[in-house]
Design a binder for this molecule. Sequence first.
Ligand code: NAP
Length: 355
Amino acid sequence: MTDTPSARYRVAVVGASGYAGGELVRLLSQHPAVEVTFLGAGSSAGRTLGEVHPNLASSPLASMQLRPVDDPAAVSAAAELAFCCLPHGASSSLAPSLLDDGAKVIDLAGDFRLEAGDYPEWYGFEHPAQGWLSKAVYGLPELLGEQIAGAQLVANPGCFPTPVVLGLAPLFGAGLIGEGPIRVDGKTGVSGAGRATSESTSFSASDGSIRPYRAPLHQHTPEMERALELAAGVSSAVVFVPHLVPTVRGVVATCYAPASAGASTETVVRCLQQAYSGEPFVRVLELGEMVDVKRTIATNTVELQAFVDPRTTTLVVIGALDNLIKGAAGQAIQNMNLMLGLEVSTALPKVAAYP
Ligand SMILES: NC(=O)c1ccc[n+]([C@@H]2O[C@H](COP(=O)([O-])OP(=O)(O)OC[C@H]3O[C@@H](n4cnc5c(N)ncnc54)[C@H](OP(=O)(O)O)[C@@H]3O)[C@@H](O)[C@H]2O)c1
């Protein structure tokens, strides 16, 4: 008697020719419970996966052709769940049709992360699907897992808000953060800007340079504030200054907050260790240990480090992750695993290569 393979969930990756989409396809092709049945793209439609991502030339999906996404019905006919890895604004045009057809959607852009009134100011467009926006669940699995499990539409968090909210939410919950704004200093590698070439992210402009960008109006600022409210029930103002650094992958976010009277290095580290003790993808470092983004590259792990500076009564939390994995594709698969009732860590890498 031969074993019949059990039915697998059919999934689509729209924006498969981009950096986040490419990493999604790479990880999904090793997922035992899903089958990638649709790859969508813009200008790369008609080419094969192996042509647009030569690193995937040996993947079983290498010869699959990328298709245009001008017919949403073709996407929802092919798949029960779609990942939208499109530029901001494009996802909120496409996703409503897929959702109306009954598909589940995980959006990696910022199109479903904020409230409708925030979009003109922070993203420069009026939100076209406010009904679906109000149903979207913010996809931070460690803090909002129950809501994600029952969602049809998940807004995958941004790469900077992920370490910031994971680092701060439990400390707010434990009363270890006092009154006052949170200051966040961010560093990102150039892949955070996507695959399209631009002068500002070119080798010539980036190599040997470290420079701030889009401060104080980066769109992750209101996302951090809203996510802290969703995850910890606090209303907190955030000042955020991101910097571009000359590396390909990786994000480090250093958060400075007023320490409350009961906060010490010991209490903040123990609080984070307790909050994430059963979580496979959050590594809280011991007292005195320092994060290193290199240990997170190509993994779905986020490293968190925390301490209190008693001289200035400042609480510092530092988070590091791979922007394309825990900051995008890996977290999206973690959300998918929850939405489909699968074991949450299925097909997600935890162990980094080093050096
Ligand atoms: N890069 C990161 O670290 C990161 C982290 C978290 C979230 N995100 C978010 O994830 C999304 C994708 O980011 P990315 O870095 O992968 O960008 P990317 O490398 O520039 O890829 C963009 C993708 O969207 C497709 N596309 C663009 N316009 C389209 C259109 N009108 N119709 C159909 N397809 C279209 C492109 O197809 P063609 O190339 O074939 O035209 C490409 O596949 C963005 O919203 C980004 O903010 C990115």
